[in-house]
Design a protein around this ligand. Structure first.
Ligand code: ATP
Ligand code: MG
Length: 274
């Protein structure tokens, strides 16, 4: 039986190199092998951009253009705009009964994001529960695999927990109704920002966008060395057909410096073959 991938991005800005190494690369590599759904999570974007709906709307198209640019093929993968599938919001409502507020408050990524956004004193309820809506997105498509960066591991764990709880509470006549998802980490699971912050992130403004040509990348930054290698990989592989084993890949970090390596750092057991 064909296995299913669902993953996505928040349309809070154009996509950057963190997205590429964290998730996009895996999606492109696996799109023909899996039933692939790529979700532009506009409702999720509103949980912290509720006062900027026009910005979210504009970035839906930007994100779609980035998908096409990196090689996601609409003839093979299905692009989904979250708000256009109301059943996702409906499943979120059912899921909300299966998780406690205390459990949601323990999510380490949400805690970090609340700190960054100044939401600690008074968090919008929608923001606190966005991992539940993300779990509904994943579960509704019965996804087996979710290619993500490491910041998303707590979300996939939460989604798997909700699926288990749902299946226990509402057993189907013919076996479990929902599928327990698993995360698939990218070649670089957390690309640092240009400012040296642990994560390149749209909302931190420390990004190199996919649409920015390498000539305009900052001369010295934590993220540049591996990203130059990635650019070389992409350009050479596409234009010259050089075997991937001969091409530089995102390098291993040794003693605080990025070094060149011929070895891809795909996670052990990953389905990715370079
Ligand atoms: P925002 O700041 O609005 O949350 P973001 O830059 O974190 O934006 P998302 O749309 O939240 O981007 O993330 C989409 C996907 O890209 C997720 O799977 C996430 O793990 C991955 N991703 C984002 N940034 C990075 C990064 N720096 N390194 C690796 N993966 C990343
Ligand atoms: Mg994010």
């Amino acid at each position: 039986m064909t296995r299913t991938i669902l993953t996505g991005d928040r349309p809070t800005g154009p996509l950057h190199l963190g997205h590429y190494v964290g998730s996009l690369q895996q999606r492109v590599a696996l799109q023909a092998e899996y039933a692939t759904y790529v979700l532009v999570a506009d409702l999720q974007a509103l949980t912290d951009h509720f006062d900027a709906p026009e910005q979210v709307r504009a970035h839906v198209l930007e994100v779609m253009l980035d998908y096409l640019a990196v090689g996601l093929d609409p003839a093979v993968a299905t692009m989904v705009v979250q708000s256009q599938v109301p059943e996702l919001a409906e499943l979120t409502i059912y899921f909300l009964n299966l998780v406690s507020v205390a459990r949601l408050q323990r999510n380490p990524t949400v805690k970090d994001e609340m700190r960054q956004k100044g939401f600690e004193a008074d968090v919008p309820a929608g923001f606190l529960v966005y991992p539940v809506s993300q779990a509904a997105d994943i579960a509704a498509f019965k996804a087996d695999l979710v290619p993500v960066g490491s910041d998303q591991l707590p979300m996939i764990e939460q989604a798997a927990e909700l699926v288990r709880r749902f299946n226990r509470t509402y057993p189907g006549a013919g076996g479990p109704v929902l599928v327990e998802p698993e995360a698939l980490l990218g070649a670089v699971s957390r690309l640092p920002g240009t400012d040296g912050e642990a994560k390149m992130s749209k909302s931190l403004g420390n990004v190199i966008n996919l649409s920015t040509p390498p000539t305009r990348w900052p001369a010295r930054c934590a993220a540049c060395s591996p990203t130059r290698a990635i650019s070389a990989w992409r350009t050479r592989a596409r234009w010259r057909g050089i075997p991937s084993s001969r091409i530089w890949t995102p390098s291993i970090r040794t003693r605080g410096r990025w070094t060149r390596s011929r070895r891809a750092i795909a996670p052990a057991g990953s389905a990715i073959r370079w």
